[in-house]
Write a protein that binds this ligand. Sequence first.
Ligand SMILES: Cc1cc2nc3c(=O)[nH]c(=O)nc-3n(C[C@H](O)[C@H](O)[C@H](O)COP(=O)(O)OP(=O)(O)OC[C@H]3O[C@@H](n4cnc5c(N)ncnc54)[C@H](O)[C@@H]3O)c2cc1C
Length: 596
Amino acid sequence: MEPTTQSTALKGGEWIIKESNPFETFIPENFDEEQKMVMDMCAQFLDTEVIPNIERIDKMEPGLMPSLLEKAGEQGLLSTSFPEQYGGLGKDFITSSIVNEGLGGGYSFSVAVAAHTGIGSLPILYFGTDAQKEKYIPKLATGEWKGAYGLTEPNSGSDALGAKSTARLSEDGKYYLLNGQKCWITNGGFADVYTVFAKIDGDKFTGFILERGFEGFTQGPEEHKMGIKGSSTVQLYFQDCKVPVENVLGEIGKGHLIAFNILNIGRLKLCAAALGGAKRAATVSIQYAKTREQFKLPIAKFGAIRHKMAEMAIRMWVCESALYRTAKWIDDKETELQKTGKSFAEALLGAAEEYAIECSILKVFGSEVLDFVVDEGVQIHGGNGYSDEYTISRAYRDSRINRIYEGTNEINRLLTVDMVLKRAMKGKLDLMGPAMAVQKELMSIPDFGAEDEGAFAKERKYITNFKKAILMVAGAAVQKLMMQLDKEQEVLMNIADMAIEVFNAESALLRVMKLLESKGAEQVSIQTDIMRTYLYDAADRINKAGKDALNSFAEGDELRMMHIGLKRFTKAEPFNTKDARRRISDKLVADNGYHL
Ligand SMILES: Cc1cc2nc3c(=O)[nH]c(=O)nc-3n(C[C@H](O)[C@H](O)[C@H](O)COP(=O)(O)OP(=O)(O)OC[C@H]3O[C@@H](n4cnc5c(N)ncnc54)[C@H](O)[C@@H]3O)c2cc1C
């Protein structure tokens, strides 16, 4: 594919049916000087302010976390993407994602800062009136006030709209009186400003801005958690809590718009933070493997350990490729929407909604990459990995929550498929045409066509075929199960897994293709190994997920034919992944950590 100046930005989900142009794909190697500086600033903040105090943070030393947030605020790290008008730096979405990644290795601090800048501030920034924004955002931007967000209740977690908290207008019409309870509220123990949700007159789900100290508003004691022990997590109680009517956030009865739209952005940001945490955990583990000797050799020399280190790098690099590819799409869409006259808030929300499928994919993949890295990190550390004296044990405990909040990974997998199908039904994504073409191809003799001799022709063919695999399996599932499909969650999970693999694999390939153009083959040999190993393994994973799905709803000749198709679409030529992983791990050892 040749570089082009014509913009062909894909719409959300369109990568399933269209080819992407590598030269239009944003890759982390394209960060500008300012973005690199922001990344360095974050690393320095963690190294000087957070990591040396991590024991004190985990013991919840009173006042420490709020003071760290204030220090981050002084350096502009809490308000990267807030408009300048409200005391922010007015930077783009990529830059604010860089901050999430850069601070992601700060254990409980990362959670506090992500909650404050994300769910704690954005609802007001995006849905607040001018007066609300003027009152709250500048103070949230500096960290003078800390933000929290209360959606979850004891009986409504994933089913967030099942909330029981109520609100009714006071007789004088000046207040809403809130009654109910919220649980698992991050930063809840010290926050000054809370966005919470309650149902007006029992059915109009609505957002409210509460301040610490409002009459009838109390916070419970700190929860004792498995990990992120330094992150404040409490319950909130409302007993005829008096909330001035001017503190209704957004439209009455439209609280779901706030709750769900904020989550799209939060999911991408969670991926960024998870990636930042994973990079630090991998580096610590690589350095340990270099110094720990057994059988008179550093364990980093053993093939079993080299495999682990390389696999960490593969997943992180692929995740990073998908993350910034999407962040750029969101930035571009936001700019496009602003040009059509949309406000800053409408534009960003619209952009995040456009790429909600990708945000869900990133949330799932980022949290699972982090879990993989910290788990293998503990293994590399052996018994020491199980000791509190080694930071990897903290990373392991702190990682686990990421698969649970911002929508559990099950919910996000379900949403991924649901959103793709909804887009297809609304005519926003032409899935039917390409799915029918794949069905036709199944019936015909394979086309061996003319050999494509361009760069990465084989890998490009893999991606094209992987997409056919999704189209075949998803198309058959829709045809066979129709309205019953949403009751067959196992099948939806299989299809989601296929989609996640394909999006990641393609993102990695596009990045390597773009790098090749600017740096030459020798300079990108390790990245090429990473991409090839990922694609080779993805072929098998896509095959397995596809087979599991097909076996559960098709049978007889039809099933046999689709099995043959799946085999064809997930065929990968033999590739020596052992040697590729050895080359990758050699690089990690030489670099003394993950610095790709
Ligand atoms: C440390 C921590 C911090 C948090 N911070 C906040 C915060 O700041 N603000 C806030 O509002 N909330 C917060 N939460 C709450 C968090 O968002 C919820 O825990 C999460 O959404 C899951 O809800 P739940 O715990 O009720 O689990 P449930 O919804 O009961 O889910 C239990 C299991 O069932 C699965 N499941 C549920 N429904 C379905 C379905 N339809 N199909 C298939 N599987 C399903 C889930 O995936 C999960 O595996 C936090 C939670 C924790 C633990």
